[in-house]
Design a protein around this ligand. Sequence first.
Ligand code: MG
Length: 304
Amino acid sequence: MLVTQLACQHRVPAVLLTDGIDFSVYPTNVPLPQETAHDSKHIRQGALHCIGANTVAASALERCENSAQAWQVLMASRARRALGDALVSKISKKCLAVGRNYVEHAKEMGHEVPSVSQEPFFFMKPTTCYLREGRPILLPIGSEPEHEVELGLVIARRCKRVPRDAAFSFIAGYLVCIDVTARRWQREAKAKGLPWTLAKSADSFLPMSRFIRREEVHDPQRLWLWLKVNGQLRQRGCTVDMVHDIASLVHYASRWMTLEEGDIILTGTPAGVGPLLHGDIVEAGIEELVSMKFVCETDTGSPI
Ligand code: MG
């Protein structure tokens, strides 16, 4: 999808395309020059740098003398947040999730305690799980769904085999997410030695917050995640307790699989996972940064 289309949808008056040195500003109410619109490489390089602003006039960008200055203007605006949200909602192709990345959670599930000397393991959730505030978490009847609050990483641009020390340059921002899990389905699949894809993949099984720009987070490895059900605190944990840290997760996740713009990496849940029932109000957040609220509804399924 062209960035300009995204920008139009979000009423952004201009986009900035840059290759890191030069930049061009295009108002979104006029078509891009043909060669630019179809130059996917250019678009790809520019994708995270081509954000206009609903609070910054296009003329303010045009007055800038170089891309760094323009970037400063844009950074000061709230547009990157809007584009970050669009990046997840419109562009994201996959969500990779790490299992058992907090020792206390592994213990509560009766698993072997994970260690940094072992490689992390990942599973996937489809984008049809993605859920924004305002819509209910649907609980498949009889599946024993549970909540797992997690920090989500949003990938900034296409990458593969990312070294640990470069990992943060490929992160556009963060989300707080709930990795909803149909525990009964998962347990039954595990007992049969089968994949537990469905247990993680029902519609609405990934409620998520607004996009948090990378610059809003001082230290992503020191964030306190929390989750309440009906006002009662169920989970509270710090990202410092991850077994595999954020940089390592990007490194491992990208080793054999290309990560693309908008893709999400879920970083594991701290202890305290528990059941979700019809009518429950679930709130979750990152202390001092973001919070979100969802209602749970039983999904009885329709006869096939
Ligand atoms: Mg999880």
